[in-house]
Ligand binder design. Structure first.
Ligand SMILES: *Cc1c(COP(=O)(O)O)cnc(C)c1O
Length: 227
């Protein structure tokens, strides 16, 4: 079994290769290590191997780990579904939220973000594969949500996030990533200044980077299979 440090070295190589293949010579692809279900000591190992951005899906679990890792300069990303009674704790304890998909949640995060912290970085989660049950705003409602969020002073709207349906073939997956890229570009021609496309996981980061991902969220390929 390979170590977390070895896995991270491999992921960094995959990211660099994907950037080269995509002809992307400038700009970064930020690696966010997804540490849901992982213990604080595993997060610490990844940190020591050079990862400073971590993504968590479950609030209570995340808060516990944050308590154990307070000595590290971690940038915390909330990437899971958001119940509105959890927004205060999220607004107080995270640097980024990738999974905002409705106005009520954006409003509450804005109201609850403490003044002593910088504005909370926000990505709007898009239901790009148009799955019935999936979280994420529909493409048709995205522009209105983006416009409303962009006016909120305690939030900084950074970009878009998507989790394409894993049931698709490669071409469909690529097409979803392409839709995300085009959607971001189209919002920017309408006056938004979005710089972040959060897409790509352990199995599809190459495809996502080919279509312009600026942030990839990697769990299994760093920490191993989740149980
Ligand atoms: C679990 C999760 C990931 C990481 O997925 P892997 O396939 O383990 O890399 C990325 N993004 C979100 C939103 C997740 O819930």
């Amino acid at each position: 079994m390979s170590t977390i440090a070895e896995n991270i070295a491999q992921i960094n190589t995959r990211i660099e290769d994907a950037k080269k293949n995509a002809g992307r010579t400038s700009g970064i692809v930020q690696l966010v290590a997804v540490s849901k279900t992982r213990k604080a000591n595993e997060v610490r190992k990844a940190y020591q191997a050079g990862i400073h951005h971590f993504g968590e899906n479950y609030l209570q679990e995340a808060l516990e780990k944050q308590g154990q890792l307070g000595d590290l300069a971690i940038t915390w990303h909330f990437i899971g579904p958001i119940q509105s009674n959890k927004t205060a704790a999220i607004a107080n304890n995270f640097d980024w939220v990738h999974s905002v998909d409705r106005l009520k949640v954006a409003q509450r995060l804005n109201d609850q973000r403490p003044d002593h912290l910088p504005p909370l970085n926000i990505c709007l989660q898009v239901n790009v594969s148009q799955e019935e049950t999936k979280s994420g705003v529909d493409l048709t409602d995205l522009e209105a949500l983006a416009a409303a969020t962009a006016t909120m002073s305690r939030l900084k709207l950074r970009g878009l996030m998507a989790i394409p349906s894993p049931r698709q073939n490669k071409a469909q997956l690529r097409n979803d990533f392409k839709t995300m890229r085009n959607t971001l570009a189209s919002l920017n021609t309408q006056g938004f200044t979005l710089d972040t496309l959060s897409m790509g996981m352990s199995n599809d980061l190459e495809c996502a980077i080919m279509e312009g991902a600026t942030m990839v969220r990697i769990g299994t390929a760093i920490f191993g299979e989740r149980h």
